[in-house]
Design a protein. Sequence first.
Length: 349
Amino acid sequence: MSAFPNSTSKPVPDRHCLKNYNTFGVNVLARHFELINNIDTLRQLIISRTLDTEDFCILGEGSNTIFRTDYKGFVLKNDMKGIQVVQENEDSVWVEAQGGENWHEFVQHCIRNGWGGIENLSLIPGSVGAAPVQNIGAYGVELKDVFESLIAVNMRSGRVERFSLSACRFGYRDSIFKNRLQGRYFIVSVILKLNKAHKHEFELSYGAVKERLEAKGQKPSLQSVSDVICEIRRDKLPDPRVLGNCGSFFKNVVLTKSKFEKLHKRFPEMPNYALSENQIKIPTAWLIEQCGEWKGRRFGNIGIYHKHALIIVNHGGGTGREVSWLSEKIIESVYDKFGIEIEREVNII
Ligand SMILES: Cc1cc2nc3c(=O)[nH]c(=O)nc-3n(C[C@H](O)[C@H](O)[C@H](O)COP(=O)(O)OP(=O)(O)OC[C@H]3O[C@@H](n4cnc5c(N)ncnc54)[C@H](O)[C@@H]3O)c2cc1C
């Protein structure tokens, strides 16, 4: 377990290249770039009003961010490290992870310690600090299911504040930090309530996890579930180190029951999943596939992944402007066919 850092952040020369700081691999420059590895440095920037005169953006590992052009302000890269147990009882453990920790490494740390609850979120790229921003989710589990609270710095006052589960307003790939408070808080650390082994129940009902375990003759354990999920993800998704991408570019669609029923009459083969009595989820990948030849198509330097219609990939030299153009075309084509406006999941800056 690493200790919380207390060294000062290192300023990096101006006009910093961001190519290695976003998984799509857009080659843009930032006018200013700061590695933030402790709260004091961040508060200093706020209190000295350095950030008042220029734009700023908060960056984790850039796996859900695309820069359209060079960034004319401050990029504040979260580099705060440390994991510690803050509370414990017979059944549960409350773990605080600093925002600059890598999410997947944090998941593995929890698995090694026998703490259950986030094994289904294995191999999601990115940082711990970004995880609450869009309430990351996969294989039937979302961050909100284990979330206790987070600590964040108010980017106007420099005050350190705590957000409870209800204050974060989590929704499907959504939170208050993606809406009303976008860019207003720097998430410093996240506290999760995880289960000790004897209290843990596995979620195995999504995406062939159970079937794969059975095929391997394995019983569910934190490690075996995580390994199977990593395997499925590696089969399905492009590795950003090989082919630049940001994962699913669009959110799945959630419709009210009455809207869904009208549409279902026109497209009876439309796959759908009930989220609640009045909310039906439609896979956006299916909607895009029905619009014709998007999957696997290439447009100059970028294209749509051949195995997955939701993923825009960078074949080399792709720009944020090209991605923005292509995503607009896809949104239009889905709207023309279904009358549904699909939403981007990725943040375009
Ligand atoms: C191959 C691939 C697969 C993926 N699969 C999934 C998946 O299964 N499920 C899923 O939910 N997502 C998935 N994603 C999306 C991505 O992994 C998550 O959104 C992740 O949480 C982004 O983390 P990051 O650190 O890279 O965020 P960044 O891209 O750096 O930032 C994302 C947003 O959060 C803000 N932000 C980042 N850090 C902070 C902070 N400390 N404080 C305040 N705001 C902050 C940024 O300003 C930005 O708006 C996938 C991405 C890829 C490339």
